[in-house]
Design a protein around this ligand. Structure first.
Ligand code: ATP
Ligand code: MG
Length: 541
């Protein structure tokens, strides 16, 4: 066979844009099966709306409308009441891959990469050939209407059919975005849009979400609380969480004059004293030179020196979990379980310096778990920064942790009982296992912490189950014995002439002394307040 010369082969050499790459590898963005693809579109738009509202300090109201166009084609419209997008940024935000307001920040938001919305634009374009329709209301009566698509060769936005209005209804704010997508399917399953939105409402109790499904049926997930969550705060990375490459990237982008000031300005918990400590260990690093000229070997030495230095733990105050009370209210509102127990754990760190917080809940009975033909089975509701994760459960740290728990210890049959286990992991940096952001990487520290949280919640539910069981036993014994006691009181009264009521009262006292929970009606029926344990367990029945 003739051996080809390199020149011959390299005639084919071409450069590609990131948009071209994702056009070929759409599964990486979550556009694989038809059901998952539709959920991905809804997920990208809804998370953007929630992020935008949270940053602007607005209680979110989101409407998702899905219209059937064809057997495998649907129109998705998402409207929010957020800040909208300024006219000059609409194209770049929604039709340029790797562009947005979040990528460069070290701040807890749902979006991280600047891929989501543009990914939807690309998906619409490659499956239906159509652009995305956008109406951006930025308040003060201003609105901007346009269509966007991507010039995939250059990864640049194409904005067309634009129009503007200065008199859009009463200072309305928000974004309306609408796209046509093919190779998608609407399904009422655990992996469908309805379930995704229901879980979003669970983890975002301050949000009101309306779904209009392809049959025109409207479902409104009403908000359970009226308080706007704290606005996320930007923070700085902790030195212990940094790799050599991270330090180099930060150094090369730095505006500081010296490596010493660069370290203080860029990283958390880094004072002049700490820099002096590092100077004493990392002898090969010139702390007075321009950080832009830092070499790999110097960054490597810095990482080593950082590991040998004592640091104050990272500040976790900028992590905003859902909140224990909020989870309780949302679970009551949406699942109405018989019992539940919610736990919020203290902040921990993974990879040495990245803080995270785990919240876990176990809900039992009512709408918890999943109905099957045979009865019930337990389900796991996974969340990362309040975003439901519906796919790739097999590779997720949450699944791994829940699987590892010995449920028998808590008298819970996770396979056959109506149980829902909810876990939310919050962090400024969630280590997702893929670009599709559907599973949390199986970092040991994260798995261990989730296990502890779920076990704590499981203990709470176990207490309620055994309390309910013992109350039920007391009640049934009381009923049986009192049947005899009533007859006995009557007979004794006849024999002795003592008032029947008096004898009955004495007998009742005797019976309830032995079965104290028999008359415990309130504990069984009062939804709030009763039997509240310190861990935050709550009996709802
Ligand atoms: N509903 C919205 N309201 C206001 N701004 C929005 C909205 N949707 C998107 N944006 C802006 O568009 C940018 C790009 O959104 P996109 O979903 O592509 O990326 P991202 O949310 O930053 O990150 P990720 O790829 O992780 O979703 C956002 O960073 C935000 O600035
Ligand atoms: Mg996004």
């Amino acid at each position: 066979m003739e051996v080809l010369h390199a020149d011959e082969i390299f005639k084919e050499f071409k450069e590609h844009s990131i948009a071209e790459f994702f056009k070929k590898n759409r599964q990486m963005l979550g556009y694989s099966s038809p059901v998952r693809s539709l959920v991905t579109v809804v997920h990208e738009y809804v998370t953007n709306s929630l992020d935008a509202c949270e940053e602007a300090g607005i209680l979110p109201e989101i409407t998702v409308t899905i219209t059937k166009l064809d057997e495998n084609a649907f129109r998705v419209g998402v409207e929010d009441n957020g800040p909208g997008i300024p006219k000059a940024y609409v194209g770049k935000s929604l039709a340029t891959i790797l562009a947005g307001t979040k990528f460069h920040r070290y701040m807890q938001q749902r979006g991280q990469q600047g891929i989501g919305a543009a990914g939807c634009t690309l998906f619409s374009q490659i499956t239906t050939g159509k652009p995305i329709k956008v109406v951006s209301y930025t308040g003060k009566g201003k609105s901007f209407i346009c269509e966007v698509s991507i010039d995939t060769v250059r990864n640049k936005p194409i904005v067309s059919n634009t129009s503007e209005s200065e008199t859009a209804g009463d200072g309305k704010r928000g974004l309306y975005i609408e796209g046509d997508f093919a190779d998608v399917k609407y399904e009422n399953s655990d992996h469908g849009v309805y379930e995704y939105l229901k879980r979003t409402a669970l983890s975002n109790p301050h949000t009101q979400i309306k779904l209009v499904d392809p049959e025109g049926k409207e479902t409104v997930f009403l908000r359970s609380i009226d308080t706007i969550p704290e606005r996320p705060k930007p923070t700085k990375p902790h030195p212990l969480g940094l790799s050599t490459n991270d330090i180099l990237d930060f150094a090369h982008a730095s505006q500081s004059r010296k490596i010493s000031s660069f370290l203080i300005e860029t990283f958390a918990r880094t004072s002049q004293n700490k820099v002096n400590d590092l100077r004493n260990i990392a002898k090969g690093v010139d702390f007075d030179k321009d950080p832009k000229s830092m070499a790999w070997a110097e960054a490597e030495e810095l990482v080593k020196a950082i590991k040998e230095t004592q640091w104050i733990a990272p500040d976790a105050s900028y992590i905003i979990p859902i909140g224990k009370e909020q989870i309780e209210k949302a679970l009551k509102n949406i699942l109405a379980p018989d019992f539940m127990s919610v736990t919020k754990r203290k902040p921990q760190v993974f990879r040495g310096g990245v803080p995270f917080v785990v919240e876990a809940a176990v809900a039992f009975g009512g709408g918890a778990g999943k109905k099957t033909a045979e009865g019930y089975e337990g389900n796991v509701l996974r969340f990362a920064n309040k975003v439901p994760l519906l796919f790739d459960s097999g590779s997720c740290a949450i699944t791994e942790a829940v699987k590892d728990i010995d449920w028998k210890r808590y008298k819970i049959d996770i396979e056959n009982q109506p149980v829902s286990v909810l876990v939310n992991v919050s962090s400024v940096y969630i280590p997702y296992s893929g670009v599709g952001k559907e599973a949390i990487a199986q970092e040991d520290e994260i798995i261990d912490e989730i296990k502890l949280g779920v076990m704590e919640a499981a203990r709470g539910v176990q207490r309620y189950i055994s309390e309910r069981t013992s109350a039920n036993i007391d009640k049934s014994k009381y009923r049986t014995i009192m049947r005899y006691a009533n007859q006995l009181a009557k007979d004794l009264s006849g024999l002795t002439g003592i008032d029947e009521k008096e004898i009955r009262g004495d007998l009742e006292k005797l019976v309830t002394k032995h079965y104290p929970k028999a008359l415990d009606k309130e504990e069984q029926e009062e939804p709030e307040g009763k039997g509240k344990a310190e861990t935050g367990d709550e009996g709802v029945q």
